[in-house]
Design a protein around this ligand. Sequence first.
Ligand code: PMP
Length: 790
Amino acid sequence: MASAHVDADVRFLALSRPDFTVQDAERIARELYGIDGKGKEFYAERDRSYYLRAEDGREFVLKIVHADEEEANIALQIEALNWIARQDPGLPIPRVQRASDGVQIAHRRSADGRQHAVWMLSYLPGTPLMDTNPDGATLRELGRVMGRMDRALRGFFHPAAGREIVWDARMAPRLAANLALIEDATDRKLLESIIAQFAADALPKLNGLRAQIIHNDFNFHNVLADAAGRIAGLIDFGDMIHAPLIVELGCAGSDAALDTDRPLERMVELLRGYHEIVPLLVQETDLLFDLIQSRHAMALAILARRRAQNMTEQNYLESYAAPCLKSVRMLAEIGRERACAAFRAAIEPRSSVSVPKIPTGEVDADRESMLARRKRVMGPQSYMFYDQPLHMVRGDGAWLYDVTGRRYLDVYNNVPHVGHCHPHVVEAIARQAAVLNTNTRYLFDEVLEYAERLGTTMPAGSGLTACMFVNSGSEAVDLAGRLAKAYSGHSGALVMEYAYHGWTEAVEALSPEVADRVKPHVRTLVAPDDYRGAHRRGGNDIAALYAADADRAIRSLAEGGHKPALFIADAALLTNGVLDAPVGWLQGVYERVRKAGGLCIADEVQSGFGRQGDAMWGFELHGVVPDIVCMGKPIGNGHPLGAVVTRPEIVQALVDERIFFSTFGGNNVSCAAGMAVLDVLEREGLQENARKVGGHFKHGLRTLAERHDLIGDVRGRGLLVGVELVRDRKSLAPAAPETKRVVNRMRDLGVLTASEGPHGNVLKLRPPICFTREQADMTIAALDQALSEL
Ligand code: PMP
């Protein structure tokens, strides 16, 4: 909508357009821009706007501006477009063209002698969203693109942005008088009540919210999509003003609500996309419903006024009238309360999430067909969680949402370490992906800054300063194995019985949990299980007794003709059933391995990044310093990333032997993700949270054990907890089938866990470490119920 200026009482300017023809436009383009092209006129309310195709195929838009328009308003648009193009070059916006003499605003007189500003933009192809009936995915993408635009505009200012225009949401009360011109009494009353409500309630709140210069007119004529439904263009910056940020979504939201019987769902998609890029506050989304309704009411008020003044001839608002009224009525029926609840759910602030929804009884009708399809298109591979697999559609914090809208408390996944879809991580990934993503054969800052930052998390003086980046935990361990072999010159490996370190062929050999047989170069060490192992809690010097097993393994390796290149362990011994290894055990093993010439590798893929509360890294809790540290899973909060941190001379040994290069390892986007995870850990104090909430969790579980004999032991640290279920506390007979039933029952109760350990009788509790006390209590309540029902 082209801008129309207002006086205090909202004056409507005549819509007479400058007196120019298409031929004039072609001539002006030739004279001012040196562009020889064929022209065609676009519709514009007050200005003249022409499409021009140059002989060489380039396409432009030439604008000849109404003589009454202040030039500052054009300068505002030009400077904003230039600014956005610098901040976020990937955004699909028109680029300002300079005239042959270098100016961005030129001038021409019309036949009546009046002087008109002339400027030119590149032309963006695409179909206006108004004509494409956009689906949810397109609306979500529009939300993201709008978010990027507003983020790009954050630091921009121009004095003309303070002007008054009719199409300013805050102008609604001053336009209300025009509603009297609407004949239908029911419609009139409804629209008047909308504006009255807006004036009384929304407007005062709106004025207290964050504001900046915004586009202010993302109606669906101004958004272009390509044939695949992707957003291809954002155009018409003529209504830009300084306004509350949420107004931007009010504009687009009101068009999203047109011509649909699901206005709320469409607005929610838009909102979600925007929120991914520019996290919104509840105070903002709570005003969205009123903004959308009042924008509809404003459009109808302006239309009524224009009709009354017989200005309907070129008034495209006419075509708006019927869908607009329909939408107003439908939204009134839905009501503010429901809409606000839907908008709140869409941005789901972590702090207000506490109680899981009661099962709705809705079923996932697609499950069976999806399982069959999965088999068809992915082959008959690997098992899925739970007897009734879940069809997930969204994650947020410690919550996962399935397709029926039911939410599940995620007490299992350690990958979304700082919370599913954490906005800071999402934003970092999106921002970097829009600027540059390449490989480490070029110099760039992101990988250096990230390596430096990751290095600072290692113990001071450890020499662990060299970071190598790969794409997964398995790759990290694979690389660590190669480093150890190259540095030690040995070929043997020592691993924990029942360990898992990854799926590559070399690493599978180090993973007795999945390896079909132990390879000749590998020996396993007995797990220091002080609950059901050979040496138990309370016994004398059990750490030394377990550590001594390394002597046996090293001897056995030697008998097979191998010296140890490496010993690898996850210090929290998760696959062994989340063991509390006795203090001194790991130190004892490290000493023996080093004496035999091997390197010690810490696999922190599961237990690192502050999860255990008392330290950033699992090995620190054992008082050891490894030679190589492997990282994966939580490191990128779900973005595929793996890292190895070691001493430079160990890297040198590998480099002397062979070239190492991973195309994706250490790319800019992965580094941005990894950096963002470290930011969140620090800013939100999540290691400390893991310590506190983990302590509360473990205490609650131990209290529960007083009432359920099946709970034999509660182990672990921070938010890495194992609950071992036994049929008999004396014989320690593992309660494996019961554990499986508990896991499935808890899933039905809305809490996701899994079983672990050589006997499959340990509940592994490993939530995102933004986990709250309330969520810990919910988990305990669900476990209590599942155990009671057994
Ligand atoms: N090490 C440990 C301790 C793990 O738990 C895993 C994965 N479960 C890996 C390595 C392998 O990581 P990825 O699946 O990312 O290859």
